[in-house]
Design a protein around this ligand. Structure first.
Ligand code: NDP
Length: 480
């Protein structure tokens, strides 16, 4: 597969002629190339997006929505092709891509196409003094940067609201998982999206990403990725007074009280720990269990986790696929060594797997891992590993559970398991996280705001928040 930039409605090679390899993490083999774009490519894309802005922003809301609905239809019509491309890029089980990532990418376009129809602004009657109203206007060219873990889902989560309210877009997906973004470009062409409205530029963060954030004609940036990268972006964007949204890392607590619905909790905790090889920013990586339940939970959880099928992502029964890249694989293995050095006990997993099958003999697989015996201050319990690794700690009181849960620089998400209604509300309100699930995980109405606290980010995406983020207000006061 030869991936090309999508600029001004055409698929084009990078101006400098530099290319990067696209590697399938399940096989460790190169299977294509993608542009190693530089500032000049970004400049071309920004020029095209700037030129397209007046016309696109002047369309009626219904006209813009119709384009987005067409793209949603095309994603659905091409779901098998997209799912396979994502699996080959990312290493996740094909079944997961088919069930979750691709349908949700179509949902993003459909949701924002229709939500934007209902965006309204405020008007106040001030009596004899006149009246005051607020217009929500698109900002201009939006710069969108997304990570590799949910490649098409997170990419479209930004593109759809930005376009829906009249911005034009220059978007850079992670260089590690570019294939679905390229297929999206082909679908945008098929949907006859006007040239320049959406531009997709492939390349590394340091070259293409940084050039996008630095470009003075891109007044709004939405970024999802690691906390350290977020810091770098903020340093560049803040002195340029750009509007900035940062969705960053997490180290999410999963608090289990003894009075929970045990079977549901156990099944969901296996999923919330290891779905997508633990590479979802919302996975619960710190499991906190009430002491009276600890032994039973550890035994059942270890048994279920060690029985999970780690395998070729293309096989139906596979529940845990490959780690996304060699760099991420090595990072996770380093954390496993660190956990051992810190005195942690590996209950199950803790090692790479080389015997998945012949096709995957050189792929990057790690057995789902449970670690016990580490205190909250250990680096293993403080730093984001972003792989198939969880730790378990115990607590005796609700206060202790909250102290452990909040003992983190991150504040992205949390899960609480209890059948005590009052406790569910009480604990949820005290957890320092942007989203809290009670007796469930990953369930969310797209109309609600999404985003983290503390080092997990600034700004809110989702629902009307995202539509508002991609607009700026004009506060108009008229005296009659
Ligand atoms: P990175 O921060 O490494 O990269 C994210 C994106 O930013 C990539 O496209 C990357 O390009 C680009 N980038 C890197 N450096 C720069 C730069 N200086 N300027 C502009 N862009 C840059 O994150 P990962 O891709 O490793 O993704 C994993 C991280 O994302 C985890 O920390 C995870 O928690 C977080 N995440 C957060 C979510 C949330 O909603 N809060 C959701 C999903 C993931 P390149 O690929 O070339 O490095």
């Amino acid at each position: 597969m030869k991936i090309l930039n999508y600029i001004n409605g055409s698929l084009v090679e990078p101006i400098g002629g530099d290319w990067l390899d696209n590697i399938n993490p399940a096989t460790g083999q190169k299977y294509g190339v993608l542009p190693d774009s530089r500032a000049v490519d970004i400049q071309e894309a920004v020029k095209a997006a700037s030129a397209a802005f007046p016309e696109w922003s002047a369309l009626t809301q219904a006209q813009r929505s119709n384009y987005l609905l067409k793209i949603a239809d095309l994603i659905e019509a091409n779901k098998d092709r997209l799912a396979l491309a994502e699996t080959n890029d990312n290493g996740k089980p094909l079944s997961l891509s088919q069930r979750m990532d691709i349908p949700r990418a179509a949902d993003n376009f459909r949701f924002y196409a229709t939500a934007a129809l209902h965006l309204h602004s405020e008007t106040y009657d001030m009596g004899e003094a006149g009246f005051n109203y607020v217009l929500n206007k698109p900002i201009g060219v939006a710069g969108l940067i997304s990570p590799w873990n949910l490649p098409l889902y997170l990419f479209t989560w930004k593109i759809a609201p930005a376009l829906a309210v009249g911005n034009t877009v220059v978007a850079k997906p992670s260089e590690i998982t570019p294939a679905t973004a390229f297929l999206l470009a082909e679908l945008a062409i098929e949907a006859e999206l006007p040239p320049g409205v959406l531009n997709i530029v492939f390349g590394t963060g340091v070259h293409a990403g940084q050039a996008l954030v630095e470009n003075p004609h891109v007044p709004v940036i939405s970024f999802t990725g690691g906390t350290e990268t977020g810091k770098t972006l903020a340093k560049t964007a803040a002195p340029m007074f750009k509007k900035l949204s940062l969705e960053l890392g997490g180290k999410n607590p999963n608090i289990i009280f003894a009075d929970c619905d045990y079977d549901l909790m156990l099944k969901t905790t296996v999923a919330s720990s290891f779905t997508n090889q633990g590479q979802i920013c919302l996975c619960g990586s710190r499991i906190l269990v009430e002491k009276s339940l600890y032994s039973r939970f550890l035994s059942d959880f270890s048994q279920q986790v060690s029985a999970m099928k780690v395998g070729d992502p293309l096989e139906k029964e596979t529940r845990v696929g490959a780690i996304v890249s060699q760099a991420q694989y090595e990072k996770v293995l380093k954390y496993l060594s660190l956990a051992r050095e810190e005195g942690g006990k590996i209950e199950t997993g803790g090692k790479p797997l080389y015997d998945v099958n012949e096709r995957c003999a050189k792929g990057w697989f790690i057995a789902p891992t449970i670690i016990t015996g580490l205190g909250p201050e250990c680096r293993t319990n403080q730093e984001e590993i972003f792989g198939p690794v969880v730790t378990i700690q115990s607590f005796e009181t609700e206060e202790e559970a909250l102290t452990l849960a909040n003992d983190s620089k991150y504040g992205l998400s949390a899960t609480v398991w209890t059948n005590d209604l009052k406790r569910a509300h009480r604990v949820s309100a005290k957890i320092e996280s942007g989203i809290i699930w009670v007796n469930c995980w990953l369930v969310r109405d797209l109309r609600t705001p999404f985003g983290g606290m503390k080092a997990s980010g600034i700004g809110r995406e989702g629902g009307f928040e995202a539509l508002k983020f991609f607009t700026e207000t004009r506060n108009i006061c008229i005296q009659l």
